[in-house]
Design a binder for this molecule. Structure first.
Ligand SMILES: Cc1ncc(COP(=O)(O)O)c(C=O)c1O
Length: 373
């Protein structure tokens, strides 16, 4: 039969999309080494990537070895990531029943929102902070109540209390150390927010780089607390995508029901388990990054057009001063020196750059480049 020439039954495939999807901001791709390499005409190994808080040391040698000798890549992974959850429970001394592993902490943020938010429900976001909370809220058709941070990026506890009373949000997102500035939440502030009738998500993606203990074990005591962790930063497995969280027991049961059964690949679980077998390596790398952070901070302070903020994570936020444009600084570092740092389009952060802590030689090259700008 000839294809019909009459008017199509459907004029635009857009009509099938959920209404709130049409309002989503366009996707901004993260640029991998290969793309950066072509753009800046440098070999991938000559690019210094200080823009995504990755760990330049890479994982312990046990990870490559375990990946190379994986027994069952042809078999679906364990939907319950039993081996990894057992190892994590033992390491953190918490009951395994509280733990859920995801394809990065990112997946767990989205999974949690899918489980708890009805369309139109609200979350509290305290910018500047990790942008995925807002991104996932938008994808899940939730509303964002914004309570900006105070001077020095401190959480505005009174503002959050007021927002909770006024808007009845379901979830408050807190990040400690906070991305992008590296500040910690004070214990009194956390306790005050936990006393509110909301689910508190404490994102500890960078906790290993701070001198404070994780609050993973608080989850057994507070039935409104979720704590998120990741293998992307301190364990250097960003490319393999492994994050985990500790969830209240009544809640986790439903997260299990909603999660994709094979969300953590065989390679990801094998790699994460192997990383945990060499804590000595992980601790040495963490110590090296913490030491380098302090050196980088002191050096950035000497740059006449930068004002760095003290950080408890593996990155440093710096205000660009002296009439310089932060985006121009970022662009010049990239195009003239192959050094990637993070700049933000958002108005409140447009005058800042964020620099991930690298190896000492990365700091040296960055400092030499900054002197030439
Ligand atoms: C605060 C924070 N939480 C979570 C993540 C995401 O972690 P993952 O790589 O495990 O998805 C990041 C990544 O940059 C982050 O900065």
């Amino acid at each position: 039969m000839e294809p019909s020439t009459s008017a199509p039954a459907v004029t635009s495939s857009k009509q099938f999309l959920r209404k709130h999807m049409l309002k989503l901001a366009p996707y901004t791709p993260i640029e991998p080494f290969e793309v950066l390499s072509t753009r800046y005409g440098r070999k991938p190994e000559d690019i210094i990537k200080l823009d995504a808080n990755e760990n330049p040391y890479g994982p312990p040698p046990e990870v490559r070895q375990a990946l190379g000798t994986m027994s069952f890549p042809h078999i679906y992974p364990d939907p319950e990531t039993r081996a990894l959850r057992q190892a994590l429970a033992k390491m953190h001394n918490i009951p395994v029943e509280h733990l859920l592993v995801g394809c990065g902490a990112d997946e767990l943020i989205d999974l949690l929102m899918r489980c708890v938010l009805e369309p139109g429900d609200k979350i509290v976001d305290s910018p500047p902070t990790f942008t995925m909370y807002c991104f996932d809220a938008d994808v899940n058709d939730a509303r964002v109540v914004t309570v900006p941070r105070l001077e020095g990026f401190k959480i505005d506890v009174e503002g959050i209390k007021k927002a909770v009373a006024e808007h009845q949000p379901k979830v408050v997102f807190l990040t400690s150390p906070n991305n992008p500035d590296g500040s910690m939440i004070a214990e009194a502030d956390l306790l005050a927010i936990l006393a509110l009738p909301v689910l508190v998500v404490l994102d500890e993606a960078y906790i290993e780089f701070s001198s404070e203990a994780s609050r993973l074990d608080w989850v057994a005591r507070y039935n409104n607390l979720v704590v998120l962790r990741t293998f992307s930063k301190s364990a250097a497995l960003a490319g393999l995508r492994v994050g985990y969280g500790s969830f209240p027991l009544e809640m986790i049961e439903y997260m299990w029901r909603a999660k994709q059964p094979y969300n953590v690949s065989v390679a990801a679980e094998v790699a994460a388990c192997a990383a945990l077998t060499n804590m000595e390596y992980l601790n040495t790398v963490r110590d090296a990054l913490v030491q380098e952070r302090e050196r980088l901070f002191a050096l950035l302070k000497e740059v006449p057009f930068l004002e760095p903020y003290p950080s408890h994570a593996n990155f440093i936020l710096a205000k660009v001063t002296g009439g310089r444009d932060a985006k121009a600084v970022k662009d010049a570092l990239a195009s003239q020196h192959g050094i990637m740092v993070r700049h933000y389009a958002k108005k409140e952060l447009s005058g800042y750059i964020r620099v991930s802590v690298g190896k000492p030689e990365h700091t040296d090259k960055l400092m030499a480049a900054l002197k030439q700008l």
